[in-house]
Design a protein around this ligand. Sequence first.
Ligand code: KIV
Ligand code: ZN
Length: 554
Amino acid sequence: MQNESFKKYRPFQHAPQLTERQWPNRVLTTAPRWCSVDLRDGNQALAVPMNVSQKLELFQTLVKIGFKEIEVGFPSASNTEFTFNRRLIEEKRAPDDVWLQVLVQAREDLIERTVESLMGAKKVIIHMYNSTSPAQRRVVFGKSKDEIKAIAVKGAQMIKDRLPRLKGTEVMLQYSPESFSATEVEFAREISEAVMDVWQPTPERKVILNLPDTVEVAMPNVYADQIEWLCRHIKNRDSLVISLHTHNDRSTGVAATELGMLAGADRVEGTLFGNGERTGNLDIVTVALNLYMHGINPKLDFSNLNSIIDVYERCTGMTIPARQPYAGELVFTAFSGSHQDAIKKGLAEWADQKREHWDVPYLTIDPADIGREYREVIRVNSQSGKGGVAYLLESEFGISLPKDMQREFGPIANDAVDKLGREVSGAELKAMFWKEYIERTQPWELFGFKTESDNGKVRCAARIARHPGPVAVIAGEGNGPLAALVHGFSKMADVPRFEIAGYSEHALSAGEEASAIAYIQIKTSDGKIRWGAGVDTNIELASVKAVLSALNRL
Ligand code: KIV
Ligand code: ZN
């Protein structure tokens, strides 16, 4: 950027003068009325718009999620859009309680075709818009405020005149002063009231007044002020459903919607995962689950988010970024060791069922509530620490390292991961563990081990090679096989004296090549401490191998 280039911009021009604003003191307690605009605003922003069968599949998914208002398209814009509308209606795809919403500009030919596309429908919302901001008035239309208002009023009248043709259809009307958030609030009110004067809403037959943040041009508190200002100043507020439609140009579409809800809105338009023009529309999944995490019923069902993601990605060709709230691949993944530890403890506390409300560190909601898996919680990179390493070995392979051994292997694994410079899978971690402990046969390698007992004394004869030397027999006695082996080694002149300082063993999960694993910690007379591990179908042999593994690591 050039040094002075910021000077070509100016502060936001249309913040309303709002005194004694109410919204900062309110809290949200219920879900709004939701309207999905995936099939219209989302679709129009795709490099390759959806075909009819893709739109049908996404429509069914939206219905399944629980949307009762769905903007299905812009039927006057193309044959595909018109045909889609007709198929929805003729094949009776919309449940009786779902409103099909269609968008239309305030132009007679388009209104005519739109009404035609709705014949025979059960419930429809006709959504008319025209653009109202100073830039749109000046650059696109070259018209004065009065002329822009006249377009809206004429369009409203044209729709009203055609309503008798939709006999048997329940019709709701919706008006959007497009680019509302960049419009002077007084003019937005004036043009909206002019439209309402034509449509004559009542508290029983309300009209939806949708207030788009078509391009996000200010901070979310400014949008909230605009919404509260309008709610307080518009005529016949009780005959209107105030609706929000935010985009995400400054990355605060969700915040703007949430503050707009506090400011008095009743309804929210948006798309799944925020698909839409430029930086996208409002991400409805995020707003709904944000409500959910505060104990508010969102009235949308995201309990199988993964299958919704599948349909979304297949139909739109879009992909969901890994950090996308709730839906991203990495959202329930902790990389840092301290996070992993806290999550593990939090989940254990939750599993105890002593707490009434979810309060697990680093997890805003229980991943299982939206069909995500705990397995995804921990993956391992160089920052993971011993907890993550141990968790992965245990959860994926049933390898349950003793605590002390975790302290030894954690840094070894981290170093290896660091050198790779990427995160590693559970299988890769297991391979590291095998290389470090199980596959170490230099210099000591076991070729056979026999014991016999006599009056509580165990005598052993171990056939062991000390590479590069030949196989030799090490014999010893003690009160158990391991004690006998340690005794055997103690008789060898050039081997450090050692004792067994730690021991643990367990069966390996089915499918593993050996049925048992033993972990042995040795401590040498000069203070060195090492862990070793061995696997075998025979637990005694697994322990002997573990001793040699520890010696090999001295
Ligand atoms: O972003 C917008 O302003 C729109 C309108 C047509 C509602 O999509
Ligand atoms: Zn939009």
